[in-house]
Design a protein around this ligand. Sequence first.
Ligand code: NAD
Length: 499
Amino acid sequence: MSTAFRTQLWINGAYVNAKSGDTFVTVNPASNSPICSVQAAGADDINDAVAAAAACLNSPNWGYASTGPQRATILRKLGEVFTAKKSEIAELDSLDQGKPLREANADMDDAISACAYFANLAEKREEEIVDNGTEGVFQTRIVHEPIGVIGAITPWNYPVLMALWKVIPAIACGCTVVLKPSELAPLSCIWLGELCKEAGLPDGALNVVPGMGHPAGSALSNHKGVDKLSFTGSLPTAQKIMVGAAGGPRALSLELGGKSPLIVFDDAPVDATVDWILTGILWGSGQVCSSTSRVLLQRGIRDKVMERLLERLAAVRIGDSLSAELRAFEGPAMGPVVSKGQYDKIWEFIDEAMEVHTCAYGGRREMTAALGEGYFIPPTVFVDVPMTSRVWREEIFGPVLCVRSFDTEAEAVAAANDSEYGLAAAVFSADAARADRVARAMRAGITWVNCCQPAFIQCPWGGVKNSGFGRELGKWGMEEFTSVKQLTSCASGHQWELW
Ligand code: NAD
């Protein structure tokens, strides 16, 4: 890897050390070896970052004073900077998080497209005139203003992309951002401030403060200078962040976990369906919020799907994403999971389920033992698991698939909806009317017919129930970073004659 690691905080357009001198070590999950030591932000650093963001928001060259075309120019340039650095950023995420390069490159493609898409939205955004029913006496315009200083707290599963799903639309709206990336894979995010500066973003508009959930994340979510918290991560952390938001109060959006169901009817095409199931559970080694972790097979297709699934699983290559072997391999591949903590948590689920449920594939440590010290977990499939079991109900965030059978449509929909989560859901059927009916009946923010997992920057992303609230991406994502101001003017000289 040719990239030198950036390991400091980025505040007000420059790299700085944490005031406390604290550091943490980021680890290569493919080898369980340290990559480098990173400065760990504390409350004082968060104060500095928020102060820089607030000053920039009110400066003459950004924030409230910025224009759509100005923001669009910066975002287009940022797309060029990302294009030039794409492979270096992708390699950083592969190294730090473990994901295959194919996936890391896809993340960067998504980010590059988002720069162009949100540039267009920023440029085209116009004031609206509202008919207020006063027949020309009062004229009301809706002015779109930046919502203010954003506290962005992000997870490790798509290190750079989850951050950019917030940073890019925030820039499009003229906001300023303090980004707290996950301590488990911070390296790509630390570089973002420098890259945005290269694209022309003023100092202070993006500040990056790597550090631990506490004190860095908690200081950010409790900070009075933050106007909006945009969080992606787990439910327990979200609940703490909500307490911080209440202290403002400040606006909040939460992108949380899932336990996404996938229903397959008897008339679905077997090969294509199995292909999507594999994408659904093995992309990101199953560490994807929308991972398809619960599969419901109609009784008549069950054996055919299972047979094909097991065949395909046997061909999945597992290994170090940056090894020569995996770089050259073009078939289905999985890297390690991100950390020792995640590895132990997933094995705990698997070990417990191995005792009581039927395992159709995986589930044994020997399958990845030859891969050394890295956090490798074989794809694992449990069948006929009760709907009350932990593996069926809880988010595992690993390559663990649970399968059940069903007879009727109503039974499948009820089983799919019987979850505390509601992020994504999928249905496979050749009967378009039925597929549409089921997709509408499933309680999730995103429903897919005859596919699963595609995410489009033009379309809203987010969940219902314990999967959170608020939406990222598309014009809905822009709204999350916008404050709509009512600007009403009265015809000159007109009196209301109330007294
Ligand atoms: P996490 O909640 O452990 O951490 C997320 C972020 O919160 C990290 O930056 C962490 O440092 C920070 N944090 C931890 N404690 C904090 C505190 N007290 N105050 C403020 N910040 C704190 O989640 P994770 O393990 O990084 O990510 C996995 C979770 O994220 C899964 O549940 C997954 O489903 C979810 N996720 C959701 C989406 C989505 O779009 N819905 C996308 C990716 C991940």
